[in-house]
Design a protein around this ligand. Structure first.
Ligand code: NDP
Length: 292
């Protein structure tokens, strides 16, 4: 069997085109969607993430409020900046790039962002709405996975989905979204405490790997015809690569022999995350429009 490669780059671009049209319609009503992007410190990887988010916003005709703060910024200073942005009618979404420096509580930061502007879906109220099946923001990466499954007409309702990883950003929300009635999957959530991972993955119609462990999903862990969604983005050293490293996922590409659909790394789930972030900024701006 040879797997269909799921093209997240193409779908991400398609979604971004749709976002651009929606942004333009909002602008005609006098609302320019705007995301405040806060970076504390100078971590190069974080800086590159925020720059790519800001570039994507501009390409979609939206604004970014770029806020760069020194590493020594106190927790109180950051919380006060967030409070000001919560009250700023020109800002529709707020994103604080993680990780924040160790002296700042990530939990307090997440709770400080108004749920109305919580485009990352990290506030406990946003998470609660998602778990309770209520309306609200969906977290970007898991939402991107759901969009990819829909684009390729992969049945999710009634499917057995094995999610590997229980982080608050990917694994937990992924599992919670999949069990909402509109998706109706049967979910097994695995983590490092799972005794025999292979026994579970072999039963899966869809495996979603979000462990951050390069190549851990091997062909003998996948049943014939299963779908493998690889969320992992891992740097592995490669002296032949210009930067001395290359990116790889959590699945060994050899699984393509066994599965029906497969997401590549890079070019699979990664581009979907940013597309769904832009989509959430539009959603936040729409809510603002309804309010005025
Ligand atoms: P975390 O490190 O926060 O979580 C990893 C999870 O995987 C943990 O729950 C851990 O279990 C579990 N895990 C790790 N190794 C194993 C194993 N061998 N067997 C079973 N479970 C395991 O990572 P994130 O969720 O933030 O990210 C996961 C991956 O996804 C990373 O590679 C990251 O770079 C990538 N990522 C990609 C995004 C995208 O846009 N495509 C967005 C966000 C992340 P335990 O809880 O027991 O420690």
């Amino acid at each position: 069997m040879s797997a269909v490669i799921m093209d997240g780059k193409a779908l991400g671009l398609k979604i971004r085109e749709g976002v651009k049209e929606k942004a333009s319609a909002l602008k005609e009503k006098g609302i320019t969607p705007c995301l405040a992007v806060i970076l504390v410190g100078e971590d190069p990887a974080s800086l590159s993430y925020v720059k790519s988010k800001e570039k994507a916003l501009h390409e979609a005709g939206m604004e970014s409020r770029d806020i760069r703060l020194p590493e020594k910024t106190s927790e109180d200073q950051l919380l006060s900046i967030i409070a000001d942005l919560n009250n700023d009618e020109k800002v529709h979404g707020i994103l604080v790039q993680s990780p924040v420096p160790k002296h700042i509580s990530e939990e307090k930061v997440n709770q400080a962002v108004s749920p109305k502007k919580d485009v990352d879906c990290f506030h406990p109220e946003s998470v609660g709405n998602m778990v309770l099946g209520r309306q609200g923001f969906f977290p970007c990466t898991p939402h991107g996975v759901l969009m990819l499954l829909r684009e390729y007409d992969i049945p999710v309702a009634g499917a057995h989905v094995v999610v590997i990883g229980r982080s608050n950003i990917v694994g937990k929300p992924m599992a919670n979204l999949l069990i909402r009635r509109e998706y109706n999957a049967t979910v097994t959530l695995c983590h490092t405490g799972t005794k025999d991972l292979k026994a579970f993955t072999l039963q899966a119609d869809i495996v979603i790997a979000a462990a951050g462990s390069p190549g851990m999903i091997k062909p003998d862990m996948i049943k014939d015809g299963a779908v493998v969604i690889d969320v992992g983005i891992n740097r592995v050293s490669d002296t032949s690569a210009p930067k001395g490293y290359r990116l790889c996922g959590d699945a060994d590409p050899a699984v393509m022999r066994k599965c029906s659909f497969f997401t590549p790394v890079p070019g699979g789930v990664g581009p979907m995350t940013i597309a769904m972030l832009l989509n959430n900024v539009i959603e936040a701006s729409n809510k603002f429009e309804k309010k005025i």
